[in-house]
Write a protein that binds this ligand. Structure first.
Ligand code: C5P
Length: 413
């Protein structure tokens, strides 16, 4: 799991709406997550939601009095639905019941929460809804019709997930977990620098087998590459991630292909590259592999004799993509993890590999960690992205890539 950045919702004001459903108990945790991430949270509840958790609980967690009635006169102009929706950076309705989704689809405003969703300025206040209901209710044609309608109206539908349900049945309709909802909201609020672009990323180490039980690999954790995959997806790109052996969850919305060796990584990447606009090679690909892979485990024979390993050089995946014919070549970004003279090596590597951008970092001080510092080296010189979390750096790098990217191939002039 790539950790979220502390304070990533700082100065954001989020309206969290609850409609009726057992999943309201998860929304209590979701509100805590938002507050921990620095957001100001205004909770709005329907009458039905108040049957499941109390406004008192939600007030304690959000630090603000809850709104539950459209006749609430606490706003100076007595127009809670207008004031609350104007002040929000986003509105998240979790849980969204089948009935609430039907109200949204029909544009009804019988209760404060539905009313403020209707009254929100849609072009600047995104509305996200997290359905939670029994699987039959979710599958019902009326619900599916309503969900299609609200999507068409610009609402972002989060989930639902499949699994055990409070009613004892198993299927689609579970509300996403609080941390997933937080991540979806954070993603929704990121600038869409790479909308409509396709990004291919390699990440992690490779594993070069010696025999069926042994091999050589390196200390890359894959965290930087996975963070870039997540940041690119948040920025609106279609992302394919080719990953060596790592223990990391796939970022939401990212298509992942798992490989072991450098040769497998190359075989996965090469046919995909021409369909992508950007290729980011973060993988720490083994430079060499054993020349022969023993079919059976190499055994000690008791004599003290040690095996001799011969190596051959692995293909250079980045250079192979960078040397595709121009019409098939994505815009290439290389990484340089060095132990000394980081920038000088990165400059040389950029020329040697024939890529427009190399991202340099100090290998030993970043392997396996959640933080890093980067130097971007391109034809115009160097630019430092100062020390920060890998996710924050990945978001900054995505913005830098987007700023340097040529217009889409075949796109309008
Ligand atoms: O040559 P070196 O390993 O230092 O270059 C690092 C950059 O090249 C990284 O972007 C890495 O992902 C990529 N690379 C590759 N295939 C290799 C070796 C490195 O794609 N065989």
């Amino acid at each position: 799991m790539i950790e979220a950045t502390a304070g990533e919702l700082m100065h954001r004001h989020i309206v969290v709406g609850l409609s009726g459903g057992v999943a309201c108990y998860k929304t209590a945790e979701f509100v805590r997550e938002l507050v921990k991430a620095g957001a100001g949270v205004q909770v709005v509840m329907t009458d039905a939601a108040c049957q499941f958790v109390t406004p008192l609980t939600m007030q304690a967690l959000s630090g603000r009095a809850v709104f539950a009635s459209q006749w609430d006169v606490r706003q100076p102009n007595a127009m809670a639905h207008i004031e609350l929706s104007r002040a929000a950076d986003a509105i998240v309705v979790a849980p969204a019941s089948a009935d609430f989704i039907a109200q949204l689809a029909q544009g009804r405003g019988g209760e404060l929460l539905a009313l403020l969703c209707l009254a929100r300025p849609a072009e600047r206040v995104p509305l996200l809804v997290a359905p939670a209901m029994n699987r039959e209710m979710w599958a019902h044609p009326a619900t599916q019709r309503n969900v299609a309608q609200i999507r068409a109206d610009g609402v972002t539908v989060l989930g639902p997930a499949a699994g055990d349900q409070a009613c004892g049945e198993v299927g689609d309709g579970r509300m996403l977990e609080p941390d997933e909802l937080r991540d979806e909201l954070v993603a929704c609020l990121q600038p869409k620098h790479l909308a409509g672009r396709r990004v291919l990323i390699t990440a992690g180490p490779t594993f070069e087998a010696i025999d069926p039980v042994r091999g050589i690999t390196n200390r890359s954790s894959g965290k930087m590459g996975f963070a870039i995959a997540r940041a690119a997806a948040e920025a609106g790109a279609d992302v394919t991630l080719v990953a060596g052996p790592v223990h990391l969850a796939t970022p939401r919305g990212v298509a992942r292909i798992d490989v072991q060796s450098a040769e497998q990584m190359l075989a996965a990447v090469l046919p995909l590259a021409p369909a992508h606009d950007v290729f980011v090679a973060t993988a720490a690909v083994a430079d060499w592999r054993p020349a022969h892979r023993a079919g059976q485990k190499i055994k000690k024979d008791g004599s003290g004799a040690v095996p001799t390993l011969a190596f051959v050089e692995n293909p250079d995946i980045l250079a192979s993509v960078a040397h595709l014919p121009q019409a098939e070549r994505p815009w290439c970004v290389g990484f340089a993890a060095e132990t000394h003279d980081v920038v000088r090596h990165a400059r040389e590597k950029r020329i040697r590999k024939g890529v427009p951008l190399v991202v340099a970092n100090h290998g030993p001080s970043t392997f396996g960690r959640d933080d890093n510092a980067l130097v971007l080296v391109d034809a115009d010189g160097e630019r430092e992205l100062p020390h920060g979390s890998k996710l924050a750096l990945a978001r900054a790098l995505v913005a830098e890539i987007a700023a340097r990217l040529p217009r889409p191939r075949g796109g309008a002039a």
